[in-house]
Structure formats: structure tokens, C-alpha cells
Design a protein around this ligand. Structure first.
Ligand code: CTP
Length: 417
């Protein structure tokens, strides 16, 4: 993790860090127990501070048992202050990680409040600060929250996520806390950052092919998988350029986003941005065809005619054309299939000249298109032919991390230093 110069304690390479885990009052607090455990397992020292509301979702005792340290909940606790006072605790930490960070906590931190122990510690500490926001999607989209998120980022906070998907309240959209594994991966600076120094270009979402000034051809791609890949690659330290069709998703932290509409715009952006890149992942659901000549004016219904014939022409195959470049990067494509996963994936690998194909079975309920979970079969080229790996159903954020890691491993094997 990069530490800005003002931070007092740079991470100690090869050693665990002193992490103050702040938990605020969101339903995602139940995931913080797993996060605390992962942080401990990764060799970090962990102390937990919970807001009053957080204790309605998970008990301090759970966190105490997992970290082996007393959990602090109150600023005005003479007994706790007699042990490690709050200023001492603020100095002890070399990283403050707030997960989940609710909309209210973000608002208080953005305005420099110190009205409970957690906000006071954040204000009193020079440590590096990271938060994983978690809230209802409408709250996350509110201009006030957007303003607070920007202000916090300006103040030096690093925001991880949020993820998009099913919410505990029944809504669907951005606001879900990143999975603990993804948070850990984003923090992990003791392990060498697997993708540091690499540039990754990713296409995501659908394309829109105009028929006339008000209508278009498109598909149901949500962009979630491509955005999850971008977040994973950024968390692993890569420079990430995300070329996105029209989607309703926030840009993952640390990702450079280029919005496009049509397949041809995506093609041009891909070739412009892929120059000199190391890894290209084509996750977009590119429309295979476009109207040969989009109407200049709105198409009108014609009296007495029951059919309308549109003449479509093929769009360029973006990923195949990237794979055909002389300076080609390692190229990973996606295949959405309903049967014969492996055979179709291998066929696509050969036909498009790809290095790896991530194949999804889109006929499986709750997985794939628009869903938050996905499973995949990875097929790649090897000196000895092809090889493969099956990834079981899991949240797209986790699957994305596994896909990027596998691609990096193959990339390194394909081009040893
Ligand atoms: N792709 C692309 N440009 C296109 C079409 C597809 O870059 N014009 C990429 C996608 O981003 C994805 C892969 O190619 O990585 C999917 O291949 P595609 O041939 O579109 O898959 P299917 O639609 O499943 O193809 P098929 O007609 O073989 O079922």
C-alpha cells in the first residue's frame, strides 16, 4: 500500500502492521469478525474500536475473542483509559481501517467531529486511514454522501468499495461492504503487490448501437464483473484503465475510467489504451452487430406496413483485434455459454487467438448476467497445449481476484523475466 509522506509510521515491510479496526453501525458489521480474523491470520496486530450502534449488530466479546485484545467502545471509560488511553491508542496504530463505515460515520469524519471514541481516534491519529463504506444504495447515491466521500478522499482517506449487489434491506445496487478478502488484498503491503508496475486494460458492460437518434440495440450486461476485475487489479497494485459501456456503477477506487457507447468507440479506445499494456481483459458484452446506417431522424411508423427491416453489419471483434497486434499484451476473454462450457471456451481461445478464456455457465440460476455471484471455468494456453481451472460459485469480487491472480501467474509464466 502506498503511504503518503505525511504518515508517521510507514509500514514495516515483512512484518505485521498495527491495525486499529473501527466498526460502525451497519449490518455489514457481522463481516468485520471475519475481517478481524483474516487480518490476524495475515500477521497483523489488531485492536478493535466499536461505535455504540455497532454493538447492536455484533458483540465486543466476539471481537475480543478473535483478536485476543480488549475491545474499546467508549471515550469516557475511566478503566479503559487507565490502560491504554485514547491518545496512546491513536499513536499506537499505523493504520486505521474503518469497516463498515456507515453514511453517518462518513459524514462525521468528513466534518472533523470527535463525538465518540472512533471519530476521536481518527482525528487524533496521523496513521494511514482506510475505510470500507457500507450502506443502503440510495444513501450511497445521495449528493451529501457523494460530497462526504470526495472530502474524505481529499483528506487522505482511501475508500475501498463499496461493492454493488443485493443488500440486506432488499435493495440492489452499490453500497455493499467489500468482502473481507478483498479488503485484505487491498491492504496487503507486506506481500509483494502482485500487479505492481503492470498496466491492465479492461472492457466492461454492454455497448449501445444507435438505430436512430432515440433508439439503440443493446443487451442486459450490468458491467459488474468487469468492474469487479478492475477493482481487483487495482487492489493488487496495477494501473487499471477501465473502458466501460453505459452502466450504473461507481468507478472502483484507483481506477481510470473511460466511458464509451458503441462497439466502434470501445474498439478505438481499446486500441488507444492497450498500447504498451501488459494485460487486456475483454469482459464487455459487445453487440455483435450494428445498424448499417443509423437513421438521421427518428424512425416513424408507416401506415399499412407490419414489418420493419433493419440492415445490420458486423461490429469489429475488439478482443481478437487486440490479440492480433504485434505488441499484443496477455489477452483474457470471456465466454458466456449455456452448455459444453469447456469445448466452447477452447474454441474461443483458438478462434480469437486469446491466451485465456473465462467461461461462465449463464444457464445456472443466481449466477452470471446481472447477478452478484458467479462461477467460472478458466482455460488457457500452455507450452504443452491447454490447461484449465474451475472456480466455484462465489461473490464476483472474490472471483475477480482469483481470475486476475491466475492471469498474472500465466502472464509471468508466459514471459519469464
Ligand atoms: N468480444 C469483443 N468484441 C466483440 C465481441 C466480443 O471484444 N465484437 C469479446 C468479449 O468481450 C468477450 C468475448 O469476446 O471477451 C466473447 O466472445 P463472443 O464471440 O462475443 O462470445 P459469444 O457471444 O458467447 O459468442 P458466440 O457467438 O460464439 O456464442
Amino acid at each position: 500500500m502506498s503511504l503518503s509522506p505525511g504518515h508517521r509510521n510507514a509500514g514495516r515491510p515483512g512484518e505485521g502492521r498495527r491495525i486499529l479496526l473501527g466498526i460502525s453501525a451497519g449490518i455489514a458489521a457481522y463481516k468485520s469478525a471475519h475481517l478481524a480474523r483474516l487480518l490476524k491470520q495475515a500477521g497483523h496486530e489488531v485492536r478493535v474500536v466499536m461505535t455504540e450502534g455497532a454493538q447492536a449488530f455484533i458483540t465486543p466479546l466476539t471481537l475480543q475473542a478473535l483478536t485476543g485484545e480488549p475491545v474499546r467502545t467508549s471515550l469516557l471509560d475511566p478503566e479503559a483509559e487507565a490502560g491504554m488511553g485514547h491518545i496512546e491508542l491513536a499513536r499506537w496504530a499505523d493504520l486505521i481501517l474503518v469497516a463498515p463505515a456507515t453514511a453517518d460515520l462518513m459524514a462525521r469524519l468528513a466534518h472533523g467531529h470527535a463525538d465518540d471514541l472512533l471519530t476521536t481516534l481518527c482525528l487524533a491519529s496521523d496513521a494511514e486511514k482506510v475505510m470500507a463504506p457500507a450502506m443502503n444504495q440510495a444513501m450511497w447515491r445521495q449528493p451529501a454522501t457523494v460530497r462526504n466521500a470526495h472530502r474524505l478522499a481529499e483528506d487522505g482517506w482511501r475508500l475501498l468499495g463499496p461493492d454493488s449487489g443485493d443488500q440486506a434491506c432488499g435493495d440492489v445496487g452499490p453500497g455493499r461492504m467489500l468482502e473481507p478478502e478483498a479488503i485484505l488484498a487491498a491492504l496487503d503491503d507486506t506481500a509483494p503487490r502482485e500487479a505492481a508496475g503492470l498496466t491492465v486494460v479492461i472492457t466492461a458492460g454492454p455497448t449501445r448501437e444507435p438505430l436512430d437518434p432515440v433508439r439503440y440495440l443493446s443487451n442486459h450486461s450490468s458491467g459488474k464483473m468487469g468492474f469487479a476485475l478492475a477493482a481487483a487489479a487495482a487492489a493488487l497494485g496495477a494501473r487499471v484503465l477501465l473502458i466501460s459501456g453505459p452502466v450504473a456503477l461507481p468507478t472502483p477506487a484507483g481506477v481510470e475510467r473511460h466511458d464509451v457507447e458503441s462497439a466502434r468507440e470501445m474498439h478505438d479506445a481499446a486500441h488507444r489504451l492497450a498500447r504498451g499494456c501488459d494485460l487486456f481483459i475483454g469482459c464487455a458484452a459487445v453487440a455483435d452487430y450494428r445498424a448499417e446506417t443509423p437513421a438521421e431522424h427518428k424512425l416513424k411508423k408507416r401506415e399499412g406496413e407490419h414489418t420493419l427491416t433493419l440492415r445490420l453489419v458486423k461490429n469489429p471483434d475488439i478482443i481478437a483485434s487486440i490479440a492480433a497486434r504485434d505488441d499484443r499484451p496477455y489477452v483474457v476473454g470471456f465466454a458466456a455459454e449455456t452448455r459444453d462450457l469447456e469445448a466452447y471456451a477452447r474454441d474461443k481461445l483458438a478462434r480469437k487467438g486469446l491466451d485465456m478464456v473465462v467461461a461462465n455457465d449463464v444457464s445456472r440460476a443466481g449466477l452470471g448476467f446481472g447477478a452478484d455471484d458467479n462461477a467460472a471455468l478458466l482455460v488457457w494456453r500452455d507450452a504443452d497445449g491447454t490447461d484449465q481451472r474451475s472456480l466455484p460459485p462465489q461473490p464476483k469480487s472474490q472471483l475477480a481476484l482469483a481470475v486476475v491472480r491466475q492471469a498474472l501467474a500465466r502472464l509471468r509464466a508466459a514471459a519469464p523475466p
